[in-house]
Design a binder for this molecule. Structure first.
Ligand code: G3H
Ligand code: 13P
Ligand code: ZN
Length: 306
């Protein structure tokens, strides 16, 4: 199978009543783990690479690996640029064979975000490449945060409607209280689900994307701790809030941190206490297996969530 545009997979997920998983990779082991998990669960996935991942692994390597994976995989895969900010890189990804790009101009004023996003849609659409954009700032919001503070950083639903009309994007990532990484919230996590519902209404059912969706699950933290990793205060999006977000219109759920933590715990627990081990396959392999199991579980969760 050829790599598929994100919009095709998102539409299938929406009509199939499930949310699509997007998982980040920047090396062979993560890619293999994600693709195997997609096959295990018979569910399409989005293979996401950040600008940093492209720099680390090389654009040509990433495209070749993703194409080879798609050719073998029994379910459709999409190759997506995550948080693209550099227009030259976005152009290069489209030319090289990516089937989806995110333009993240969320740090610019609204009108400039509209203009930059619309320019990417004009580049991508004729080539059958899907476009995701972002509105608002990804910062963890807790229960205690005042309404004015929320309004200052989170997506404005009315703006979201206007943004989609003016840009023609295929999906939108609205900031509703999640943040990237392993330390999302200091207090109790509380996604702004009412705002998410308003965005869904304003954007008339356009597939919405939840960034910063790692749960930092207790069992993963336990495995990390047992392997000597120190992450005091680590906290993610609780499963019930993730489920509620999917029910409120999220069709694509982005996960990276949980994979990184899982990989780290498995690799460390394999090498700590084995000072003579120097065959990378013997410690990267267990990391890959652990990530595959985690992604499989996450995909199953997303299938049940809606
Ligand atoms: O959204 C961010 C992803 O977790 C990728 O992060 O820029 O460290 O590759 P990165
Ligand atoms: P996490 O940091 O929660 O895994 O979020 C990943 C993400 O949003 C990638 O774009
Ligand atoms: Zn993100």
């Amino acid at each position: 199978m050829k790599l598929a545009p994100a919009r095709e997979l998102l539409d299938a997920a929406v009509s199939g009543g499930y949310a699509l998983g997007a998982f980040n990779f920047s090396n062979l082991e993560f890619l293999q783990a994600i693709v195997e998990a997609a096959g295990d669960t018979d569910t399409p996935v989005i293979l996401a690479t950040s600008e940093g991942a492209v720099k680390y692994a090389g654009l040509d390597n990433i495209v070749a690996l993703a194409r080879a994976a798609a050719a073998r995989c029994p379910v459709p895969l999409c190759l997506h640029l995550d948080h693209g900010q550099n227009m030259d890189l976005i152009r290069a990804c489209i030319a090289a064979g990516y089937t989806s790009v995110m333009i993240d101009a969320s740090d610019l004023p609204f009108t400039e975000n509209v203009e930059k996003t619309a320019a990417v849609v004009r580049l991508a659409r004729p080539r059958g490449v899907s476009v995701e954009a972002e509105l608002g700032r990804l910062v963890g919001i807790e229960d205690s945060v005042r309404v004015e503070e929320r309004d200052a950083v989170l997506v404005d639903p009315a703006e979201a409607g206007e943004f989609v009309r003016r840009t023609g994007v295929d999906s939108l990532a609205p900031a509703v209280g999640t943040a990237h990484g392993a330390f999302k919230f200091k207090g109790d996590p509380r996604l702004d689900l009412a705002r998410l519902e308003q965005v869904r209404e304003a954007t008339r059912g356009l597939p919405l994307v939840l960034h910063g969706a790692s749960s930092v699950p207790t069992e993963v933290l336990k495995a990390c701790r047992a392997a000597g990793v120190e992450l005091p205060g680590a906290k993610g999006v609780p499963a019930d809030q993730l489920r509620a977000a999917v029910r409120a219109g999220v069709a694509k759920v982005n996960t990276d941190t949980d994979l990184r933590l899982t990989f780290l715990a498995a690799v460390r627990s394999t090498i700590v206490g084995r000072p003579g081990e120097f065959d990378p396959r013997r410690y990267l392999g267990p990391g890959r297996d652990a990530v595959q199991a985690l992604v499989r579980e996450r995909i199953r969760f997303l299938r049940r969530a809606s």
